[in-house]
Design a protein around this ligand. Structure first.
Ligand code: GLP
Length: 265
């Protein structure tokens, strides 16, 4: 894992957007793995600005989102398909036929999950996977105790996740769909590059466990320690519980790749 602690959350969003833009510029037919959640909103806002300002061509890009609520059709205001249209797809000229979000309204959700995994394979796998981190350590909707080898499947959401996401459903956790389709932790680990973005004091403890703690199904995000090319971007609040701060800052100053990323954000 390589880690950058940015000066603030705006800078985190800027660096993440820059890395996504650079990926598409370097390989216009990139397959991007995308995420949802509040952390991603600032990143997509910055990315849309960069795409427009620099004329980056998204027409050959293919996207696969991590997850979707079971039971929500793509047109539902709280669906992740709707989130993606609103925050990114409508603004960057991506071919709608190349955007993939699991179909939460599919009559057979399990079959939909299996088909989704197969479609990622047919696209040649994911070049760059963007990830957030849930307050309980989930990545995508791989909740604590998800197998580290899990594939795209239907999962039951954790109580903590229902509470964390209740704000989007009128504040009532019982209104949050109880199940979701998510790429598996094993699926995520197969992306050629991973970019995890964590901001805010509420994530400090879980960020430290994911980055520095033992690799454990209890904290699915810790599986990224096994990823061969994973970059983690943090703001100072999310980095507050890290114990290896000196080592991280040394790498930030002396690792050529990290120095270039910081300079380019
Ligand atoms: C959500 C999503 C995750 C996301 C995480 C953090 O439930 N399924 O993909 O990364 O929780 O969300 P936020 O950025 O809003 O804290």
């Amino acid at each position: 894992m390589k880690i950058i602690i940015c000066p603030d959350s705006e800078r985190v969003a800027g660096v993440a957007a820059r890395l996504l833009a650079d990926q598409v510029r370097a390989r216009p037919e990139s397959v991007l793995g995308l995420a949802t959640g509040r952390t991603m909103e600032a990143i997509y806002r910055r990315l849309v600005g960069t795409v427009r300002a620099e004329g980056i061509d998204f027409s050959a890009v293919t996207t696969f989102n991590l997850d979707e609520y079971v039971g929500l059709p793509g047109g539902h205001a709280q669906s992740y398909r709707h989130y993606m249209e609103r925050h990114l797809f409508a603004h960057v000229g991506v071919d709608p036929g190349r955007t993939h979000v699991p179909d939460g309204a599919a009559p057979d959700a399990e079959a939909q999950a299996v088909a989704y995994e197969a479609r990622i394979g047919r696209a040649g796998g994911i070049d760059l996977q963007l990830l957030g981190l849930g307050e309980n350590g989930h990545i995508g909707f791989n909740e604590p105790l998800s197998s580290l080898a899990s594939r795209t499947r239907v999962v039951t959401l954790a109580r903590a996740t229902l509470a964390q996401n209740a704000g989007m459903f009128g504040g009532d956790p019982s209104h949050v769909p109880a199940r979701a389709i998510t790429m598996g932790t094993g699926t995520i680990l197969e992306a050629r590059k991973a970019l995890m973005v964590v901001t805010g004091a509420r994530k400090a403890a879980i960020a430290a466990r994911a980055i520095e703690g033992p690799v454990s199904a209890t904290v699915p995000g810790s599986a990224l320690q096994y990823h061969r090319d994973c970059l983690v971007l943090l703001d100072p609040a999310a980095a507050a519980a890290l114990t290896q701060r000196d080592a991280i800052e040394w790498q930030m100053r002396h690792d050529a790749e990290l120095a270039a990323i910081q300079a380019g954000g």
